[in-house]
Design a protein around this ligand. Structure first.
Ligand code: FMN
Length: 455
């Protein structure tokens, strides 16, 4: 049970809600809409504004996806148009969150870092620091890196294969957690009278020697407010699911239908008992793009307007990027081609898109029209009651524990969600009336890991 909830006794489970914090918005045409930020590149102010709006709506977390390279330079139209997930010029997310932590007080700050190209010591140190700077609001989205080209910025010609990436990820996660457990909570008495700054009996070495890493430890950061930052993942491959069951506390998904989400939910939760973990120790949060209006007509109008901001050639280029193979020569109104083979990089979104196209017999045009608004995940469009109905249906139907929201136009869509949908979710008892604690763990309903020196 989380500590310090101030509510006493068992707490009701609540839908977990986060949002993807890209200032360009989640729709490819979002940044061109008149209600979007006028400029976003390296603008701290945009990030502060979104975090504060989300905090007014008691959202549990702001999430920043990330990579270590500039993409799509081989697709000039897409490169010029800047699709929301490409990020040619963005702040390094942990650095950015260190700044945002000083402008917010409740919202969780979940940053992405890759185990493929970063060392566990650096990851442990950065996120432990962020947890201190934010008073217990840090989360790490562990990725193995989706984009093969990132390898070329780290002294490699090729991206590591999936098996090796996930072996490294598993080992890295264990080492990071061991490093976070370096110091006892009370290791630094800093007693002026006796001259004792720290207690040498309250620290331990990590002494790890494995296949991929050798780390002596200890970490040079004191035990953090959450004990350990919350670990998120987003891999949907077999290896990705297994790692999430083993050690993830949040999992982002891409399911595009309730049935698919229910299947994945049961699959991943079903893998947890063999690791001695209760199902509720991992919160599954499918991505959800929300097009909300005060009325259904207003939501439809926003949706149509955004779709009209994207030329078909750009849309095909974007779809090619998502599925991982080139669709330029495929007839627009012909059937969506199947994948020519398994790709080395990300599979999650691409596979979900191809499954949807096959399931629904969509053309190339039909596929991108479906994919553009949702980024390949799920989308919902309507008035606040319709949006809340869909969210409640998935949540109570064991399709998810909450959602990772994608907002098509920023900051308009986030503000609309907070003002229109959050009160409806609260009225239904799906969301708390206020933050339930000061740490991300408390707000997500996750336990604070025990201090190993006390047990
Ligand atoms: C909602 C969501 C967000 C993701 N964010 C990132 C990211 O920021 N950086 C990244 O490299 N991969 C990201 N991914 C991809 C996965 O984390 C994973 O690294 C990739 O899909 C390869 O692993 P897999 O083969 O297990 O899917 C994301 C996936 C989803 C569904």
């Amino acid at each position: 049970m989380a500590r310090g909830t101030g509510q006493g006794g068992a707490r009701r489970r609540m839908m977990v809600l986060g949002f993807t914090g890209g200032a360009l918005g989640g729709h490819l045409g979002g940044w061109r809409h008149r209600d979007s930020f006028p400029t976003t590149t390296m603008q701290l102010q945009c990030m502060v504004e979104m975090a504060r709006i989300a905090e007014r709506g008691q959202l549990d977390m702001m999430f920043l996806a990330d990579g270590n390279g500039v993409r799509q330079m081989d697709k000039p139209a897409l490169f010029a148009a800047n699709s929301p997930s490409d990020r040619p010029a963005v702040f390094e997310p942990v650095t950015l969150f260190a700044a945002l932590a000083q402008h917010t007080s409740k919202i969780g700050l979940v940053a992405t870092a890759t185990t493929t190209y970063e060392e566990p010591f650096s990851i442990a140190r950065k996120f432990a620091s962020l947890d201190h700077l934010s008073g217990g609001r840090a989360g790490w989205n562990l990725v193995t890196t989706q984009y093969v080209e990132d390898a070329k910025n780290f002294g490699r010609d090729e991206h590591m294969g999936r098996v090796e990436r996930y072996e490294r990820a598993h080992e890295s996660l264990d080492v990071v957690r061991a490093l976070w457990d370096s110091w006892a909570t009370d290791a630094f008495p800093q007693d002026k009278a006796t001259g004792q700054y720290l207690d040498p009996a309250r620290v331990r070495l990590t002494q790890h020697r494995g296949t991929h890493f050798a780390v002596k430890g200890p970490l040079n950061v004191a035990r953090t407010p959450q004990g350990q930052p919350v670990v998120f993942m987003a891999g949907q491959s077999e290896a990705g699911k297994e790692l999430a069951a083993y050690g993830g506390e949040g999992l982002f998904g891409t399911a595009s239908s309730k049935a698919q989400a229910q299947k994945e939910y049961a699959d991943i939760k079903g893998r947890m008992p063999k690791y001695g973990r209760p199902p509720d120790a991992l919160k599954i949060l499918p991505a959800l793009s929300v097009f909300v209006g005060r009325t259904r007509a207003e939501a439809d109008a926003l949706y149509e307007e955004l779709q009209s901001l994207i030329a078909p050639s750009l849309a095909v280029s974007y779809l090619s990027k998502l599925v991982g193979f080139d669709l330029t020569d495929a007839p627009l109104d012909g059937p969506m081609p199947a994948s020519p083979g398994e790709s080395v990089g990300g599979t999650a979104i691409g596979r979900s898109v191809l499954e949807m196209a096959a399931r629904e017999g969509l053309s190339v045009r039909g596929t991108y029209e479906r994919v553009l608004p949702s980024m390949g995940g799920n989308m919902v469009k309507g008035d606040p009651v319709e949006i809340a109905d869909m969210m409640e249906d998935w949540y109570t139907g064991k399709a998810c524990d909450g959602f990772m929201l994608s907002m098509p136009v920023q900051p308009r869509s986030l503000r609309d969600f907070v003002e229109l949908v959050v009160p409806e979710l609260q009225r239904r008892g799906l969301r708390p009336p206020d933050y339930r604690g000061t740490t991300l763990r408390e707000n997500m309903g996750l336990p604070i890991p025990a201090d190993p020196f006390l047990h």
